[in-house]
Design a protein around this ligand. Structure first.
Ligand code: ADP
Ligand code: MG
Length: 428
């Protein structure tokens, strides 16, 4: 039977980072904070097109124990990095960064490796006029790495709420969505400029702005959010996440290429972004054929078709979930929701060409085992797929996917169940 990756409770996560802190950095932290990874229900490769997406926060979180320092140094240790020395589990490597010397990725003074994420958050907050102190930080996480579930946003956002706490910024109140949006923007700059990863804003918005029991409708054209009730348990459903363990092959260059093609297509159509086209389609002032006929090459046409139909699918899924909330997500509504997930996968695989054999197999095997709908999620070229399944059959579907992977000679996938969880916050 396939094991589902468990999420740590507050107590487990806090105990782990406190122990690591005491061992590697000494003494007690000022506090413990945690931020979730995320999974995107629908709306893929739309965030850099001013589009819509619908992520939810995972119950799986990254925990940080952090203590302010009187100087401008950051000392950092992670249970996931810098293997412990000595056979009997010695100390993990502590990294040190001068916060006044943090510079953008690729320039002299760029921060090497994982400390770029936390140091980048301090740098971005300072750049926003929020001077934050130096700090000692210990990190531990049950968010899988590089699985398209945004462990990078989880570490950024955990550090952001911790620095908000020790620096008295007052931006991370549980109901302060505007403050949280500012923290999210700082985390995006940390990832883009200091870690050098060109991502859109979905991951950090999800980690900082989601609510338990809800999916987050994010409009990336203006950063506004709407909480969409998403109570799968009430409908006897579960969202199974399949981490394919497939490497993100070629992902950097391909991602940049997709962005470029979208931008050049928008320019050719004379609009600021492909969102404008999606809105014109929704308003009925143009048709998809009319739009595609105005584009010179086939690559542009297929990329545009994905982006605008994907934005349409986000709207359609929000409509289905709103009309059939909670236990009402059965019958036709459930079939419609499943078909939208399937449609998203087909569009990403065929028009946007960001799927891979492992993702396609996860999706087809899950469907064959009874999933109501399934799709790749995240940037693609590896990472994770999701399947909307009956809660009672989640383990069965996972087993079927695992068997299909073994038969194809793929690495063994991992599984977790995504229940819409809450945003980054202090712990205990
Ligand atoms: P994803 O966000 O899909 O998990 P990314 O490649 O965007 O994958 O981010 C993974 C990177 O984020 C890691 O290689 C590491 O540099 C950093 N990171 C994430 N979680 C941690 C952690 N717990 N400790 C240290 N670094 C982390
Ligand atoms: Mg990431």
């Amino acid at each position: 039977m396939s094991a589902l990756l468990p999420a740590w409770t507050d107590a487990e996560g806090a105990a782990r980072v406190r122990a690591l802190f005491a061992d590697a950095l000494g003494g007690e932290p000022d506090g413990v904070w945690a931020a979730p990874g995320r999974v995107n229900l629908i709306g893929e490769h739309t965030d850099y097109n001013d589009g819509l997406c619908l992520p939810l926060a995972l119950p799986h979180r990254t925990f940080v124990a952090l203590r302010a320092r009187p100087d401008r140094t950051a000392r950092l240790v992670s249970a996931q990095e810098g293997a412990a020395s000595g056979a009997a589990g010695g100390r993990r490597a502590v990294r040190e960064v001068d916060l006044d010397g943090v510079a953008p990725a690729g320039s002299a003074g760029a921060v090497d490796g994982w400390p770029a994420y936390p140091a980048g958050v301090a740098w971005a907050l300072a750049g926003d006029g929020h001077p934050v102190p130096g700090f000692d930080v210990a990190v531990d996480s049950c968010v899988p790495y590089g699985a398209g579930l945004s462990s990078s946003a989880a570490i950024e956002c955990a550090v952001a709420v911790a620095l908000d706490g020790v620096g008295g910024l007052g931006l991370a109140g549980p109901d302060d969505d505007a403050g949280r949006a500012r923290l999210a923007a700082a985390c995006v700059r940390a990832e883009n400029e200091v870690a050098g990863a060109p991502t859109g804003g979905m991951d950090q918005a999800a980690s900082l702005r989601c609510r338990s029991g809800h999916a987050l409708l994010l409009d990336t054209s203006d950063g506004s959010v709407t909480q969409i009730p998403f109570d799968l348990a009430a409908a006897g459903l579960a969202l199974l996440v399949v981490d394919t363990r497939a490497e993100h092959r070629l992902v950097d260059g391909q991602y940049a290429r997709r962005r470029e093609v979208c931008e050049s297509a928008a320019a050719a159509l004379g609009v600021a972004s492909l969102r404008v086209v999606a809105d014109a389609l929704a308003a009925g002032t143009t048709t998809l054929t009319e739009v595609l006929d105005r584009l010179a090459d086939d690559e542009q046409r297929r990329r545009v078709r994905h982006v605008v139909t994907e934005i349409e699918r986000v709207r359609a899924l929000v409509d289905v979930l709103s009309a059939a909330p909670g236990a009402a997500l059965t019958g036709t509504a459930l079939a419609e929701a499943g078909a939208l997930l399937d449609g998203s996968h087909a569009s990403l695989a065929e028009d946007y060409e960001v799927s891979c054999d492992e993702l396609d197999l996860a999706v087809t095997a899950a469907r064959a085992a009874g999933a109501h709908g399934a799709r790749m999620t995240g940037g693609g070229f590896g990472g994770s797929a999701i399947a909307l399944v009956d809660a009672a059959s989640a383990a069965e579907v996972a087993d079927a996917v695992e068997r299909a992977f073994a038969a194809a000679g793929f690495a063994r996938p991992e599984f977790l169940v995504a229940e819409p969880a809450g945003a980054a916050a202090p712990v205990g």
